[in-house]
Design a protein around this ligand. Structure first.
Ligand code: NAP
Ligand code: G4F
Length: 327
């Protein structure tokens, strides 16, 4: 019998790569999507268009326990990958309450539904390096204390603790990946890497004059989403549920990212990037750097993409995108 996986957030960057990955492994792949998204296929399913026919899509809401119970009891999946979240940090500062509601309740509802109705289901929680926030040590590993700097980070710490508590209290197979930033040509346009590579392509084609950015001295440990979804699967396919940091072990500034992205199209970033104080965050995470030696040792995981390959992949894809779509 085919293994069944349920992915929340299947329409997002990671959800789309994970769905592809699991289909290739022979899984029957189910996705939970919000009704608003299900009704707007042409826009909301852009990352899944090529595999949509192979997926089982269920309309449901992470904000409703009844809806989560219905889907979990109907599918009784072997594995749940809980990726659905309000994941954009700038927006979390603008709407703290919906970020908290979706992110904490969504995780809690899924864990509770597994405990009550499908206790053999293994559960993956999408934890985040944002939980380290104002970092307590460098680099950060699984034992580094958390110090979140946004409501998003706070919601992820709560989800992480809920996941750990369900593992310890009810002996469920629940684990969290503490994933550092990961990007790709499927990254949402609001995140800084995609904002940069899209602007680079638009500037190259004469559609845009400059690029406004906020804090370009912030440092991130950037990997490729394709590499990171494999780590999620590896975590659920070991004997024991544990939490893992997933990162590259190298970090760069936003300025470094912009410099390389512009250089790839023979432009000098200094002529185009305009720093705007209004784009700074009320409380910033200045620098993140992960130590993923536990994942390397126990999951035998290591990233295939480095920083340069990642930026090249994104710039190339955005040049093609802008040329084809014209925007
Ligand atoms: P993403 O592209 O923003 O995708 C988020 C997904 O969550 C989308 O499918 C979205 O669905 C869904 N979603 C948002 N709000 C929802 C709501 N109220 N109810 C139900 N679904 C909702 O994020 P990603 O980059 O793939 O990240 C996946 C997960 O990993 C997220 O939980 C994120 O917080 C976490 N994470 C990401 C990174 C990273 O660098 N990418 C690092 C660490 C952790 P719609 O299509 O309907 O909007
Ligand atoms: O690309 P970002 O918006 O990603 P951020 O805030 O690090 O969050 C992402 O990674 C987390 C993992 O650590 C995930 F949990 C989360 O869901 C998300 O995927 O911003 C990166 C950095 C920040 O320091 C920000 O202040 O870039 C800086 N930045 C500078 N100018 C900008 C901009 N960020 C955005 N989005 N837009 C700007 O114009």
């Amino acid at each position: 019998m085919k293994k069944k996986a349920l992915i929340t957030g299947i329409t997002g960057q990671d959800g789309s790569y994970l769905a592809e990955f699991l289909l290739k492994k022979g899984y029957s792949v189910h996705g939970m999507v919000r009704r608003v998204a299900a009704e707007d296929e042409s826009h909301r399913f852009w990352r899944l268009r090529h595999i949509k026919k192979s997926l089982n899509i269920h309309a449901g809401s992470l904000e409703s326990y009844a809806s989560v119970i219905n889907i979990v009891t109907k599918i009784k999946p072997n594995e749940i990958y809980h990726l659905g979240a309000q994941s954009y940090i700038d927006y979390a500062f603008k709407d703290e309450f919906s970020t908290i509601n979706t992110n904490i309740n969504g995780t809690h509802f899924l864990l509770s539904a597994i405990k009550e109705f499908s206790p053999k289901t293994k559960f993956y929680f999408a934890g985040s390096s944002e939980m380290f926030g104002k970092v307590r040590e460098v680099p950060q590993n699984e034992k580094t204390p958390f110090y979140p700097r946004s409501v998003y980070g706070i919601s992820k710490v709560a989800g992480f603790d809920l996941t750990r508590n369900y593992r310890e209290a009810y002996k469920l197979f629940c684990c969290s990946g503490i994933l550092f930033n990961h990007e790709s040509p499927r990254r949402g346009f609001e995140f800084v890497t995609r904002k940069i590579t899209h602007a680079v392509a638009r500037i190259k084609f004469g559609l845009q004059k400059d690029l406004q950015l906020g804090n370009i001295d912030a440092k991130r440990d950037w990997g490729h989403a394709k590499d990171y979804v494999e780590a999620m699967w590896l975590m659920l396919n070991r004997k024991k549920p544990e939490d893992y940091v997933i990162s590259t072990g190298k970090h760069y500034t936003v300025r470094d990212f912009a410099k390389l992205a512009f250089k790839l199209v023979d432009l000098d970033y200094k002529k185009f990037v305009k720093v705007e104080k209004k784009l700074y965050r009320p409380s910033e995470v200045e620098s993140l750097l992960g130590n993923c030696s536990k994942a390397k040792r126990e999951l035998k995981w290591k990233p295939k993409y480095d920083f340069k390959k990642l930026v090249e992949d994104m710039v190339k894809a955005d040049l093609e995108f802008v040329e084809k779509e014209g925007y």
